[in-house]
Design a protein around this ligand. Structure first.
Ligand SMILES: CC(C)(COP(=O)(O)OP(=O)(O)OC[C@H]1O[C@@H](n2cnc3c(N)ncnc32)[C@H](O)[C@@H]1OP(=O)(O)O)[C@@H](O)C(=O)NCCC(=O)NCCS
Length: 405
């Protein structure tokens, strides 16, 4: 049988407001956050008949309790999708939702599905990092992995060692800017359109409605950050202020074969160009996006200069700065995280990949003059993931054509 690959498009993306662990979602189940997002995607896209959703892939790093039991399937059922709609769970730590997208995208390109829902959740309040894990002792005793690799904060300190030019002051300055940009993005209504309000309940305070992210600290200054402890190393550089926090939240994307999306008159917000995951030494986990990006660019036949919009997950400021330094991009380059990032908004591990994509889609809508954008993130145990997207609203000549002319 002759088989033709198909274009995969990002139709829509939503997320819950993110919470602080033990904050606004302290008494809300993780799977309820997922269900809310699936329902919102279906509500926002009334042209999509529920029975046309061919797969539901949901990521979580800790797959037990309310994040267990094949959450893709259980959440699909609870969200009211037909019983005929299958679902499954995915884990690639911080890049869970990113992997849910790339994996289902592969299925769409191959022709196994026309339409998929892909997203992620992490309720770090209910499921602290490392809950229930049982690493094989040989991974340490046989020196396959440095013991420091199991603490993400330690790997960030190691990355500072690897890049001595990235000082604590540079990391703090980056963090202050992230907070400022997120505050501005909220003021400009760039974040709110893709948030789904979540009803919350607390035994003490009764019912509430989560409508905005809880983690941002808009008043953050260099002085306030300078005073913070360095919990991962005495006299270290990583603090609660220049790292993402411990957070709760869920994200969800609707992906489709482009012809199917156009046939159903669904929006086409981004077109998938290439993706790549790469491993690095686990003890400098934050370096992962560098080789992942190099490989994705090579696959796409692009250079870093072709990318006009970056959404980089800010697990730690040092990890973003290492990426920027490697590619010769300034710390405050306006193409990078224009709406701020995880340092301000939060990083509920397996959910964050789709937050990056949803924000890139908004940038594409606002800026038809740009053609290519990138979502990239570091991943626990030493990996990076990069997805390159094309702006379907792009109208102008490409840089390559301009250069050749
Ligand atoms: C860094 C970390 C250990 C801090 O945890 P924590 O101590 O519970 O964090 P808190 O929110 O309580 O902040 C600690 C202190 O810093 C202060 N603080 C945090 N951000 C601040 C900011 N932007 N400005 C000023 N003060 C700030 C808090 O007010 C708090 O002060 P207090 O001790 O006087 O109450 C935790 O957030 C962490 O592990 N982050 C990394 C998560 C991770 O590894 N993710 C995966 C990445 S791959």
């Amino acid at each position: 049988m002759a088989r033709q690959l198909r274009e995969v498009v990002f139709v829509d993306g939503v997320r819950t407001p993110f919470g602080k662990a033990k904050g606004q979602y302290a008494e809300t189940r993780a799977d309820d956050l997922v269900i809310k997002c699936i329902r919102e995607l279906m509500r926002r896209n009334p042209n999509l008949p529920a029975e046309r959703v061919d797969e539901v892939a949901i990521a979580a790093t800790t797959q037990i309790g309310d994040q267990g039991l094949t959450i893709g399937r259980t959440a699909a059922l609870l969200a009211g999708l037909p019983r005929s709609t299958p679902g499954y769970s995915i884990d690639r730590m911080c890049a869970g939702a990113m992997t849910a997208v790339t994996t289902t995208a592969g299925g769409i390109a191959f022709g196994a599905y026309d339409i998929a829902i892909a997203g992620g959740v992490e309720h770090m309040g209910r499921h602290p990092m490392g809950e229930g894990v049982d690493p094989n002792p040989r991974i340490i005793s046989e020196k396959i992995v440095d013991p420091e690799a199991l603490s993400m904060g330690n790997t960030a300190e190691n990355l500072h060692d690897r890049y001595p030019s990235i000082t604590k002051e540079r990391a703090d300055a980056y963090a202050v800017r992230s907070q400022e940009k997120t505050a501005k993005a909220y003021a400009d209504n760039k974040i709110q359109p893709d948030l789904v309000p979540v009803a919350t309940r607390s035994a003490e305070n009764g019912w509430g409605l989560a409508t905005v992210d809880e983690p941002p600290r808009p008043g953050t200054t260099m002085e306030s950050l300078a005073a913070l402890k360095t919990p991962f190393r005495a006299h270290g550089r990583v603090t609660a202020g220049n790292a993402a926090g411990l957070n709760d939240g869920a994200t969800m994307a609707l992906l489709a074969d482009e012809e199917t999306a156009r046939g159903l008159d669904l929006p086409v917000k981004m077109r998938l160009v290439a993706y790549s995951f790469m491993g690095v030494e686990p003890e400098v986990m934050g370096a992962g996006p560098i080789p992942a990006t190099e490989k994705a660019l090579e696959q796409a036949g692009l250079t870093i200069g072709d990318i006009d919009a970056f959404e980089i997950n800010e697990a730690f400021a040092v990890q973003v700065l290492a990426f920027l330094e490697h590619f010769g991009i300034a710390d405050d380059d306006e193409r990078v995280n224009p709406y701020g990032g995880a340092i301000a908004m939060g990083h509920p591990l397996a959910s964050s990949g789709v937050r990056l994509m949803t924000q890139l889609a908004r940038q594409f809508e606002d800026r038809p003059e740009i053609r290519y954008g990138m979502t990239t993130m570091c991943i626990g145990l030493g990996m990076g993931g990069t997805v390159i997207w094309e702006n379907p609203n792009w109208t102008g000549a490409s840089k390559t054509e301009e250069g050749a002319a």
